[in-house]
Design a protein around this ligand. Structure first.
Ligand code: FAD
Length: 465
C-alpha cells in the first residue's frame, strides 16, 4: 500500500523539522524520514556537542590563567568522563526532544529509515522509506553532508574517527592526530589540547584555514602553537597503519623533506571536509541534477531541477552552516506559505570559527575585496588597543573592516578576538539591510564593550594599497 501525503521531507537537519511543523499547522499531511539520528549534524555531531566541549575546554583554560586575574587554582585536573557526560547529554537531549516534537504532531508521520526516490506518477513523487511506499506532490530534501574520507594507503585498517566518534569519546585521547587544518580541525585541536591531550594537526596546504586572510591565519596559527598544538603544514599523509596499542601510525610527507615522518597517535580525527548526502537518494529517477561535488543544483528559490522538489541546507552547497540551513527553511516557508519572493542569493554569507578567541566573519575577505575590482576602503584594529579587551586580559586578535568606497556599503568584516563571533553581527545586519557605514560613525556605543571601538575604527578607513 502507498501512503499519500501533501508533502514529504527527507532528512531532519535544521530546515526539515520546522518546515514540517509549519506545513502541518496549515492542515497539510506531512511525512518526514530520518535514516539516522534526529536533528542531523548540528545536534548530533556538529555545533551543539562541539561547542559544549569547547566551553569545558575554555573553563579549564581560564582556570589555568588564574594568575592573569590575581588568583591561583594550582593544578587543573580534568575529569574527562564528566566533560564527556556534559557533551553526550547535550546530544541526547537535543535529538530526543526534536524527535518527540515531531512524533507528537498528529499531522506529521515520522519514518525512521533512509528514503529514496522511486519515480513519478503524474504530479506525485514516489518515495520508499524502508518497506514503506509514500507519494506526495511536493518533496523537500534536507539530507546534509557526511565527513569526507581520505584516500590514503592503509586507511581502512586504522581506527579513524569523524567528529561524531570524537565527540562521543569517554576517555581523553593521549595524542590526537587531526588530518585537516580547517575549521573543525582547528576548533577541536585547541579544545582537546586545553583538556590535556597532545594534539598534532596535519594540513596539506601551507597554512591553517586557507580561506581566511593571511594576517588572520597567522594570529590563529600563533595562538594555537602558543598553547602547545603541534601544527604540520604543507604536510600530506601518505600511509596509515594500525599501531599495536589500538592507535594509529601515520606517515606524513612534508614539502622539502626527503622521507615521510612517522607520527603515532592514540586517536585519529579525519577533518578534511564534508560530502553531500545526495548519492543514496536515487535522484536520477526523478530528474534531479547535482553538480560535480554532488550538491543538489537549485535555483534562487531553492527549487531543484525537478518541479516542486526543494533542496535545503548543506546538501545544496549554498551554505554549510546551521544558520544557512535554517535560512533556507525561512525562504521556502515564506515563498510557499506566505506568498513572498525570497531568494538565497540575497543573503550575505556569515560564520564564526569557535576558537578562543573566536573569529567572526561576514562577506568578503581582504583578498576577495582586492579581487573584486571595486574601490575598497579598509580599516584594521588590533585587539590590544581595545580597552575592554585589555581589561579582560584578552588582547589577542585583529578586526578588519572593508567598505565599498563608491556606495559606502560594507563589503565584509573579520573580527578575531574576544566576542568576535557576536561583534561581527553588527556588520552582518548592516550588510543585510544595505545601509552605508557613515551613520555608524555617529552612533553612541556602550563603554566598555568590544564593539565600542567600531565607530572610531571607521574614521581610519583608507583605500586598499
Ligand atoms: C564538527 C562540526 C561542527 C560544526 N559546527 C558548526 C557551528 O558551530 N555553527 C554552524 O552554523 N554550523 C556548524 N556545523 C555545520 C552544521 O552542523 C550544519 O551545517 C547544519 O547542521 C545544517 O545541516 P543540514 O540542515 O543541511 O542537515 P544535517 O544536519 O546534516 O542533517 C541531515 C539529516 O538527514 C539525514 N539523512 C541523510 N540522508 C537521508 C535519507 N536518504 N533519508 C533520510 N534521512 C537522511 C541524516 O541522517 C541527517 O540526520 C558543524 C558541523 C560539524 C561536523
Amino acid at each position: 500500500m502507498t501512503h499519500a501525503y501533501d508533502a514529504i521531507i527527507i532528512g531532519t537537519g535544521q530546515a526539515g523539522p520546522p518546515l514540517a511543523q509549519d506545513l502541518a499547522a496549515q492542515g497539510q499531511r506531512v511525512a518526514i524520514a530520518e535514516g539516522y539520528r534526529f536533528g542531523g549534524s548540528c545536534v548530533n555531531y556538529g555545533c551543539t556537542p562541539s561547542k559544549t566541549l569547547i566551553a569545558s575546554a575554555h573553563a579549564a583554560h581560564l582556570a589555568r590563567r588564574g594568575g592573569d586575574f590575581g588568583f591561583d587554582v594550582g593544578h587543573v585536573e580534568i575529569d574527562f568522563g564528566r566533560v564527556s557526560e556534559r557533551v553526550i547529554g547535550s546530544i541526547e537531549r537535543g535529538s530526543s526532544r526534536l524527535e518527540q516534537r515531531l512524533r507528537d504532531n498528529e499531522r506529521i508521520t515520522v519514518y525512521s529509515d533512509y528514503a529514496r526516490f522511486e519515480g513519478r506518477d503524474g504530479d506525485d513523487y514516489l518515495i520508499s522509506v524502508g518497506d514503506a511506499r509514500l507519494r506526495a506532490p511536493r518533496v523537500f530534501v534536507n539530507t546534509g553532508t557526511r565527513a569526507r574520507l581520505p584516500q590514503i594507503e592503509g586507511f581502512e585498517r586504522t581506527p579513524w574517527l569523524t567528529s561524531e566518534g570524537l565527540l562521543r569519546l569517554t576517555e581523553l585521547p593521549e595524542h590526537l592526530l587531526i588530518l585537516g587544518g580547517n575549521y573543525i580541525g582547528v576548533e577541536m585541536g585547541q579544545a582537546f589540547r586545553r583538556l590535556g591531550g597532545r594534539v598534532t594537526i596535519i594540513e596539506q596546504s601551507d597554512s591553517l584555514m586557507r580561506r581566511e586572510d593571511e594576517d588572520i591565519r597567522q594570529i590563529v596559527h600563533e595562538f594555537m602553537q602558543g598553547e602547545g598544538v603541534e601544527i604540520l603544514t604543507s604536510a600530506k599523509a601518505v600511509k596509515a597503519e594500525p599501531a599495536a596499542d589500538g592507535g594509529v601510525r601515520l606517515f606524513v610527507q612534508r614539502k622539502g623533506e626527503d622521507e615521510p615522518r612517522e607520527l603515532t597517535g592514540s586517536h585519529w580525527l579525519i577533518a578534511i571536509g564534508r560530502v553531500p548526502n545526495s548519492d543514496q537518494l536515487n535522484l536520477d529517477a526523478v530528474g534531479i541534477d547535482t553538480d560535480d561535488a554532488g550538491h543538489i543544483i537549485v535555483d534562487e528559490h531553492l527549487q531543484t531541477t525537478a518541479p516542486n522538489v526543494y533542496a535545503l541546507g548543506d546538501v545544496n552547497g549554498k551554505g554549510a552552516f546551521t544558520h544557512t540551513s535554517y535560512h533556507d527553511y525561512e525562504i521556502v516557508r515564506d515563498n510557499l506559505l506566505h506568498g513572498r519572493d525570497r531568494t538565497w542569493t540575497e543573503r550575505v554569507m556569515t560564520y564564526a570559527l569557535y576558537t578562543d578567541p573566536p573569529l567572526g566573519r561576514v562577506g568578503m575577505s581582504e583578498r576577495e575585496a582586492r579581487e573584486s575590482g571595486k574601490n575598497v576602503l579598509m580599516a584594521t584594529q588590533p585587539m590590544r588597543g581595545v580597552s575592554r579587551a585589555i581589561e579582560q586580559a584578552e588582547t589577542t586578535g585583529l578586526s578588519k573592516l572593508l567598505v565599498d568606497a563608491d556606495s559606502g556599503q560594507f563589503l565584509g568584516a573579520a573580527v578575531l578576538g574576544f566576542h568576535g563571533d557576536d561583534v561581527v553581527q553588527i556588520f552582518n545586519f548592516y550588510m543585510a539591510t544595505g545601509q552605508p557605514y557613515q551613520p555608524l560613525m555617529e552612533a553612541l556605543p556602550i563603554h566598555p564593550t568590544i564593539a565600542e571601538y567600531l565607530p572610531f575604527m571607521l574614521h581610519s578607513l583608507k583605500p586598499l594599497k
